[in-house]
Design a protein around this ligand. Structure first.
Ligand code: ADP
Ligand code: MG
Ligand code: ZN
Length: 501
């Protein structure tokens, strides 16, 4: 075991150094098929059932570029204010690893499809920080190794490894920032907020599931420090595959503290990859970083260059949806939110969902209260992000409509939502299957009311005598008899009428 690295107090780090960040985000596209073959691109299938000669790298197999993936790359670039290359190529990145059967990854090197853009990121206090984008390029994912027989799931200590090539060849876009300077003490927050903003953007573009927990969005965080007053970048470390927003923030902060302790102690930072350990909040050394020369990049000879016509790019720019920042501005104005309310909704990951629920026909107030109250609670107990709940904004809007039409009470509506979350189908199917509709038929209610009055004659007499407060007991009995499926207000009116009040 290596000892946990020494770290410096965070305030002291900031007194002595300025941090520089570089964020590399890999996003798996949700195209129907893989990047260079017709195999299905789906998460969670039986291992090695979505493979073919191309993605297994069998001799003589020839790749063909997935047009939908190119389209997604260009749309992402446009949304990130990037230039779209007039002409670009794929390149072979040569290295061996068992999860990569071709012995090279088809990627892009010095000719990325889009480059030089930016993303404006809103921080927790409402201020905007601009992150410059260097490039976004297309590549393919590798397969997955499962290291078995050890305690940690890491290769060290494992007795053997299993390989699943279903993910090999899944389309990836890698989005790389320019070095981010000037973030100072907020560097960890900027890193988290950038990944969150990028995730929201990609979700709005509908190009990926953006599930950090399932690996469809992964972040590598590069960190270095410059002594205060210096403008020369220090040596960076690259913490790989950080898989939650919170971990991105913690990993950057930890690396800043570790670098500072090493540098102040007269040591040297090695350019290497590092692993972040969620349980300890610390990083440990991975491999020494290769330089790009080591990969012997060369243009991919089996694929033609890509030259997106300006007309096509123009057409794609028209397919961009309302982007998160535009949507925020509009939501704020149309829903009459304060800055603080807006920020809370954004931080809870609820804004997009509410907006989509409103688009599906719900009133903003209703949409908001469902997502921030009952659904937030459900997400919390399940330990998932709000957006990852198994209910869509459209389905929530349908539940809200059923309440508005008087077909469901709020209580019944929550049971319908439970049913949808449990995979019982669309809201209307859950209502039918569970028999949840409100009893709104007055004659059906009348029978229940007559029975309740007959069962409690003394109370019935009190109401008849003018004590209308006593009606509560009868209303309660009727609600019980109809299993909560009646509208209590209507029941009360009918009870009073039956007693001549
Ligand atoms: P690699 O091939 O090593 O992953 P990339 O160019 O893909 O290199 O990504 C490196 C990332 O680190 C980029 O976001 C870049 O802007 C950033 N970066 C470069 N130099 C430094 C540095 N000294 N400190 C922090 N980040 C840096
Ligand atoms: Mg990289
Ligand atoms: Zn294939």
């Amino acid at each position: 075991m290596t000892a946990v690295a020494e770290i410096m107090d965070y305030d002291e780090v900031l007194a002595r150094f300025d941090p520089v960040l570089g964020l590399e985000v890999h996003v798996e596209l949700s195209t129907n098929t893989k990047m260079f073959c017709g195999c299905a691109n789906a998460f969670g299938a039986e291992p090695n059932t979505q493979v073919c000669p191309v993605c297994l790298g069998l001799p003589g197999a020839l790749p063909v570029v997935n047009g939908k993936a190119v389209e997604a790359a260009i749309r992402i670039g446009l949304a990130l204010n990037c230039e779209v290359a007039e002409w670009c190529r794929f390149a072979r990145k040569n290295y061996f690893y068992p999860d990569m059967p071709k012995n090279f990854q088809t990627s892009q090197y010095d000719e990325p499809i889009v480059h030089d853009g930016y993303l404006d990121v809103v921080l927790d206090d409402g201020e905007t920080f601009r992150v410059e984008i260097e490039r976004a390029h297309m590549e393919e994912d590798t397969g997955k190794s499962l290291h078995v027989g050890g305690a940690t799931g890491r290769i060290h200590g494992a007795s053997h490894s299993l390989l699943d090539y279903n993910r090999a060849g899944v389309p990836l876009i890698e989005i790389v920032t320019k070095p981010i300077t000037g973030a100072g003490e907020r560097a960890p927050e900027v890193a988290r907020a950038y990944v969150a903003a990028l995730r929201d953007l990609l979700r709005a573009l509908d190009v990926s599931d953006v599930r950090m927990d399932q690996g469809s969005l992964r972040c590598d965080a590069n960190v270095s420090l410059m002594p205060k007053g210096s403008a020369e970048f220090g040596t960076r470390t690259e913490t790989k595959n950080v898989n939650s927003l919170r971990s991105v923030e913690r990993a950057v902060r930890f690396e800043m503290q570790r670098h500072a302790a090493v540098l102040t102690g007269g040591g040297e930072i090695l350019q290497e990859t590092r692993h972040f350990d969620e349980s300890t909040g610390s990083t440990s050394a991975g491999r020494k970083k290769e330089t790009s020369e080591d990969y012997r990049y060369f243009p991919e000879p089996d694929l033609v260059p890509i030259a997106p016509s300006r007309e096509w790019v123009e057409e794609l720019s028209k397919t961009l949806p309302e982007l998160p920042w535009e949507r925020r501005k509009r939501a704020k104005e149309e829903w009459g939110l304060s800055d603080e309310e807006l920020r809370d909704l954004v931080n809870a990951g609820a804004l997009e969902l509410i907006a989509e629920t409103v688009e599906a026909g719900a009133q903003p107030g209703d949409a908001r209260s469902w997502w921030v109250a009952y659904l937030a609670q459900q997400a919390n107990t399940r330990g998932v992000e709000l957006a990852d709940l198994e209910i869509s904004p459209k389905q929530v809007a349908r539940v809200i409509a059923l309440v508005a039409e008087g077909k469901l009470t709020n209580k019944l509506a929550r049971q319908v939502v439970d049913g949808v979350l449990a995979g019982e189908g669309e809201p209307d199917e859950v209502v039918a299957a569970r028999g949840l509709e409100v009893v709104s038929d007055d004659s059906a209610l009348q029978t229940a009311i007559d029975e309740a009055l007959a069962a409690q004659p003394d109370i019935a007499d009190k109401i008849r005598g003018g004590k209308v407060q006593a009606a509560g007991a009868i209303v309660g009995a009727v609600m019980k008899a109809t299993k909560g499926q009646a509208d209590a207000k209507r029941v009360r009116e009918l009870v009073l009428a039956a007693c001549g009040q």
